[in-house]
Design a protein around this ligand. Structure first.
Ligand code: ADP
Ligand code: ADP
Ligand code: ZN
Length: 219
């Protein structure tokens, strides 16, 4: 039998390192990166109807409604680009989304291989969030303290000017963390019961976290 496709879910609280590890994973394994946060931010910057709707939730630190988010992922996941494997970064975030994903992956025969849960202490999360800078063009994540770009204020990959996310404030972070505890954390149990969960210590250096993820994937 051929090796199972790397169809991966990356979970973790805001600031745990999902975006950072996603970049490393997709570049090593050549699978498709699907970040619902990036997709929403792109729609917001283009001022599409989806963007306008999403913005009203994201700016308050709330989750975008399930129906909207599920539709967004549905089309992408069935796409040819995901045929060799996919990495879901920031989806699912609710049980309803996880059930919808379960149904979809069965239907399109692209079953989930592993769910990587990046664990991180809450005290460190707020520090990471307020010093995070992102590339609005390619989505790359930087940090003023722990992951500086090569040139100040500029993306290493595409040289765009780095920005701070509008929702990376202390106030919004508190709401996002509440949403995480109430709506997303139950998924840890959900995937544990399915035997798919791999916990990784996200407080280590970026390379060490990545190393543990690769070990967890058995690759
Ligand atoms: P973070 O990096 O803080 O984990 P993301 O970039 O993944 O955040 O997402 C940014 C925001 O987009 C979230 O706070 C939420 O409002 C919205 N969002 C992203 N993914 C989802 C999802 N699966 N369900 C609902 N809302 C989402
Ligand atoms: P998420 O997508 O889970 O919200 P990010 O990958 O954007 O998280 O990381 C949040 C911030 O923390 C970014 O500024 C990033 O550069 C930084 N960061 C990510 N992983 C680590 C790590 N292991 N150690 C220190 N800083 C990190
Ligand atoms: Zn860039």
């Amino acid at each position: 039998m051929s090796e199972q496709k790397l169809n991966i879910i990356l979970m973790g609280p805001p600031g745990a390192g999902k975006g950072t590890q996603s970049e490393l994973i997709v570049s090593k394994f050549g699978i498709k990166h699907l970040s619902t946060g990036d997709m929403f931010r792109e729609a917001i910057s283009k001022q599409t109807p989806l963007g306008l709707e999403a913005k009203s939730y994201i700016s308050k630190g709330l989750l975008v409604p399930d129906s909207v988010t599920i539709n967004l992922v549905k089309d992408s996941l069935a796409n040819d680009e995901c045929a060799n494997g996919y990495l879901l970064d920031g989806f699912p975030r609710t049980i309803v989304q996880a059930d919808a994903l379960d149904e979809l992956t069965k239907k399109i025969q692209r079953p989930i291989f592993k769910v990587i849960n990046i664990q991180a202490d809450e005290k460190i999360l707020i520090e990471r969030i307020v010093s995070r800078r992102i590339c609005p063009n390619c989505g790359a994540s930087y940090n003023l303290k722990s992951k500086k770009p090569l040139v100040d204020g500029e993306c290493d990959l595409c040289h765009s000017k780095l920005v701070q996310r509008a929702d990376d404030t202390e106030a919004s972070f508190k709401t996002r963390l509440d949403a995480y505890h109430q709506q997303t954390q139950p998924l840890i149990d959900y995937y544990q019961k399915k035997g798919l969960l791999v916990n990784v210590d996200g407080l280590q250096e970026i390379d060490k976290v990545f190393n543990d993820i690769c070990k967890g994937l058995g690759r």
